[in-house]
Design a protein around this ligand. Structure first.
Ligand code: NOJ
Ligand code: CA
Length: 702
């Protein structure tokens, strides 16, 4: 063969390659762009017929080619040999209203692409994939249409990959099947090690089977883009953890299982899975303002829920956590007495607080924690003899305070479901509109986990039954929020993180000063948080009578940060958690009296994950603004531009700032309070102490 001939053959081969590559791409890659065209999602089938997608932001790949698939108990795996039958494109641009929330109006604007797939070998095997591209991220979900000869499918594994494009900085908690009450870790992706978080002394239930994380997991890409991975509309399915492949920079969905059944999910056909979501933002602050998760849920199914009013509430609660009293009558220091409840009601009614939670009111607490046999312990209708529930409710009504019911199920959901009708009937008879539920301990029956399909269906049954009874629910030890408050707005708030209670008793010294500046960009992206802010006895020194004294515990923030949390953390019920006596004669308490709980608008003004964050919220109806800012263990100077205020108005501002010598550990109570006039043309600079904060109320001048 002469040189020219060889060169020609070589050229033909190269051209063939190029042709085949473009041909495959052209015929098989389907793409959908977000309305701004910044985000694109490509879907294609590889030569083996396996479904794959990748995601770009402004032409830069941010999720590399990632495969999708399922293993079943009763069907051949859905992994390869698919062909595309059809591709449908849709879109939406609408505004909807929240009955309560961070803001009244939400824009829902996306482009959608639906891929209809069929197995080549077995044409009755069908799978549809919905991709939605928004300007603040993307979501996709699977739909299983009817499959000939199959009534239900049993999913053994969902294998959705997210292949990262670099070793990003990640804020993560372990993929615990029972609890989200872990501290967030900040590491490179390659350093995520969930197994090292297994030995957790302070959790009543925890199970971390492998190196996986729970969602939301938030990441920062080197050149500045922020990503947060989560799921939306988790309905009749198992919670998704993400298995970590440190070396190959891949996360793969790992559904929470059940030791009783072996499979992960059982569903009757046809059905749709929850959405797998990625929030994609240029600024960390935009993650907080993004409403992607809510937009991927169905509209309100309950209609008008004016019977629920967002509120600040107190509780016979903190006193148990700090050991001043107990839930348990036989302890000799029972907290839930008629007299004590009236004391709280008196205080709340004088201080613009409208709710009171009473824990430990019902019989059974003698047999609560540490018992294996917890079925039938609580009945949710029988008060302890020193608690006259009728009288407390009556007295509360007289003083404008509504009682919040408490149902600690002790993770015996079958008992709870049996008791739901009489429990809700009692609430209805008394005119109680909201309940806090709790699921402390390992789930009974053994082999089920808090975040598996069986429990997710339990939590949902409670929400639905509560909705029928016009009852709002605040869940502790819950399944994570996935935006369901849009569909069921009686699902008002939940824990699902390391809350304030850990500061009262955790053996590791409580939540570090950086905790909430991470939470704001991780857990809070999922939904409202019942964190229970507002501790004023920061050092937990107790009172002169020695009623309590927690020498080994304290709150690791300044007093000012406790105030700022009423604006930073979003929840339609916000606790004023300390004891009434700890608020007496405290000028800083004025902020808690004044601060709103339901918002017309919210704006995240500045922030970096794990460092600091500032949020301003405008109260519905009054138009007044409240601002909160918090920092981690570093002191810092921040400048606030008040241009978010209405231009034609003047505001009477009360500024609560860390004192000159404030420090979360050495001097947490040092606070300066200043009254000035502020308008939208002003800018002001403030110093936040280490572990400190800033809180400002801005009332429109009449
Ligand atoms: C754990 C909850 O997080 C806490 O708020 C509650 O007081 C106890 N369980 C008792 O139900
Ligand atoms: Ca808890």
């Amino acid at each position: 063969m002469n040189k020219i001939k060889r060169y020609r053959i070589f050229l033909v081969i190269i051209l063939l390659f190029i042709f085949e590559y473009t041909f495959i791409k052209k015929t098989l890659a389907e793409v959908v762009f977000s309305p701004s065209e910044n985000i694109s999602i490509d879907f294609f089938l590889k030569n083996d017929g396996s479904p794959n997608y990748f995601v770009k932001y402004k032409d830069k790949t941010i999720i590399d080619t990632s495969s999708m698939g399922f293993d079943f108990k009763n069907l051949q795996s859905f992994d390869q040999r698919f062909k595309i039958i059809e591709v449908k494109k849709n879109g939406k641009n609408e505004i909807w209203e929240m009955p309560w929330g961070e803001q009244r109006k939400v824009i829902d604007n996306y482009n959608e692409m639906v891929i209809i797939l069929q197995k080549k070998v077995n044409p009755s095997n069908l799978l549809n994939i919905y991709f939605r591209a928004y300007d603040d991220g993307m979501g996709f979900r699977y739909e299983f249409p009817n499959q000939k000869g199959v009534d239900s499918i049993f999913i053994m594994n969902e294998n959705t990959q997210f292949k990262l494009t670099g070793d990003h900085t990640c804020w993560w908690i372990p993929g615990d099947w029972d609890s989200y009450e872990h501290l967030y870790n900040t590491t490179k992706f390659s350093e995520i090690d969930a197994i090292s978080k297994r030995d957790h002394r302070d959790l009543s239930a925890t199970y971390i089977p492998e190196n996986a994380v729970n969602t939301p997991i938030t990441m920062k890409i080197k050149d500045g883009l922020y990503l947060s991975f989560h799921e939306a509309n988790l309905t009749n399915y198992s919670g998704m953890t993400l298995k970590i492949d440190n070396n190959n920079l891949i996360m793969t969905s790992e559904l929470v299982g059940s030791d009783r059944f072996g499979y992960k999910v059982k569903r009757k056909l046809p059905f749709k899975t929850p959405w797998r979501t990625i929030q994609i933002c240029e600024k960390a602050t935009d993650l907080i303002d993004s409403k992607l998760i809510l937009n991927l849920n169905e509209p309100n199914k309950l209609g008008n829920i004016a019977w629920f009013k967002p509120m600040k509430y107190m509780g016979i609660w903190w006193e148990m956590h700090i050991g001043k009293s107990s839930w348990n009558l036989s302890s000799g220091k029972h907290g839930a007495t008629t007299e004590n409840a009236k004391r709280y009601i008196d205080f709340a009614s004088k201080n613009n607080i409208t709710g009171l939670l009473v824990e430990g009111w019902n019989t059974g607490w003698e047999h609560w924690i540490g018992f294996d046999d917890r079925e039938g312990v609580f009945d949710f209708v029988t008060p302890y003899p020193d608690y006259d529930i009728e009288e407390v409710v009556r007295y509360g009504k007289e003083k404008g305070i509504e009682i919040i019911m408490h149902h600690e199920t002790s993770s015996a959901p079958r008992t709870y479901e049996k008791q739901l009708d009489p429990a809700f009937a009692l609430m209805k008879r008394l005119g109680i509109n909201s309940v806090k539920t709790g699921y402390v301990g390992k789930i009974i029956p053994k082999g089920e986990y808090h975040h598996g399909q069986w429990m997710i269906n339990h939590y949902r049954r409670v929400i639905k039954k509560a909705a029928v009874n016009k009852i709002a629910v605040d869940v502790h030890e819950p399944i994570k929020p996935t935006g369901l408050r849009r569909t069921y707005p009686n699902m008002i708030s939940r824990e699902g993180l390391r809350g304030q209670e850990f500061n009262a008793w955790a053996s590791d010294g409580g939540n570090p000063p950086e905790h909430l500046s991470i939470i704001a960009f991780t857990r809070m992206l999922a939904g409202p948080i019942d964190f229970t802010p507002g501790v004023f006895d920061i050092k937990l020194d107790g009172d002169s009578k020695g009623n309590y004294n927690k020498k080994k515990n304290q709150i690791n923030t300044t007093l000012t940060q406790q105030l700022a949390l009423y604006v930073i953390i979003y929840s339609p019920i916000q606790m004023t958690c300390d004891l009434p006596e700890n608020y007496e004669n405290q000028p800083a308490f004025q902020f808690i009296r004044d601060v709103g709980v339901d918002w017309e608008k919210s704006k995240t003004l500045n922030g970096e994950i794990g460092d600091f964050v500032t949020i301003a919220r405008q109260e519905k109806d009054t138009g007044n603004w409240f601002l909160g800012s918090i920092t981690d263990e570093e002191e810092r100077t921040i400048t606030i531009d008040f241009d978010f205020l209405d231009v034609d108005k003047e505001y009477d501002a009360i500024i609560y700032k860390d004192g000159k010598n404030a420090h979360w550990n050495n001097n947490p109570m040092d606070i300066d309070i200043e009254k000035i006039k502020i308008n939208s043309t002003m800018k002001k600079t403030f110093k936040l102490a280490a572990g400190g904060g800033l809180a400002i109320s801005l009332k429109i001048r009449k």
